[in-house]
Ligand binder design. Structure first.
Ligand SMILES: C[S@@+](CC[C@H](N)C(=O)[O-])C[C@H]1O[C@@H](n2cnc3c(N)ncnc32)[C@H](O)[C@@H]1O
Length: 199
């Protein structure tokens, strides 16, 4: 945690990400659902759970300032396999500048199937979500959960983090079973990374 705060204060790009993130929180606190961008420890934990040998796209939801996106690339997910969805036009613009090699789609994850368009035919192997499912409006959360059910075949993975250290409420993801769950203490605040499998 100390290392994360030190990096934020010392690196100009991390400080710029924090400033952008903070502006977005003022504009839309419920959609951001967090006080800070994900720390490297959280981002790399999320990325580490994505299988490299699985067919189909890796779809990242709620790319924000790109902390998890960078970790996914570092993990070895090829750029052509990765699609990033971000609802905020400002953050989507930031992501396009930071990752010109990636497909960054500005839009609402509640319409994920539509946003993926032709890419949908490639299938979705894993979804990596930083969406604040707890703080979004319940109808939006339900619509997003329906998209998870539609796009992932049985066996497909959903990797999600939550600041509720008790874990995601099972009623939010009725067609998934939890495979693993672990707290990352080196995030501000600590977060629980959960891996769910579509049943
Ligand atoms: C907790 S923040 C993401 C943090 C990101 N991993 C980072 O470190 O910068 C949640 C992100 O989800 C985005 N978001 C919220 N609701 C969304 C929705 N319905 N569809 C797509 N993105 C959404 C927000 O704009 C925000 O960027």
């Amino acid at each position: 945690m100390k290392r994360f705060v030190k990096a934020l204060l010392e690196s100009p790009s991390a400080a710029a990400s924090l400033a952008l993130f903070t502006r977005e929180i003022w504009a839309n606190p419920r959609a951001m659902g967090a006080a800070c961008p994900s720390a490297p420890a959280l981002a790399s934990r999320m990325a580490a759970r994505v299988p490299l040998d699985r067919e189909g796209l890796v779809v990242e939801l709620g790319g924000g300032t790109g902390a998890v996106t960078a970790a996914l690339l570092k993990r070895g997910i090829p750029a052509w396999k990765l699609a990033v969805i971000e609802r905020s036009p400002t953050l989507a613009h930031h992501l396009r500048q930071r990752f010109p090699q990636l497909r960054i789609i500005q839009g609402d994850a509640a319409q994920l199937e539509h946003l993926l368009g032709h890419d949908r035919s490639r299938g979705v192997g894993s979804i990596v979500s930083s969406l604040p499912l707890r703080s979004l409006h319940p109808t939006v959360t339900r619509a997003i959960s329906c998209q998870f059910e539609t796009l992932l075949e049985p066996g497909g993975l959903l990797i999600q983090y939550t600041y509720d250290l008790r874990g995601t409420q099972p009623r939010l993801l009725p067609y998934f079973r939890r495979l693993s769950s672990r707290i990352v203490w080196g995030n501000l605040p600590p977060a629980r990374v959960e891996v769910f499998e579509r049943i």
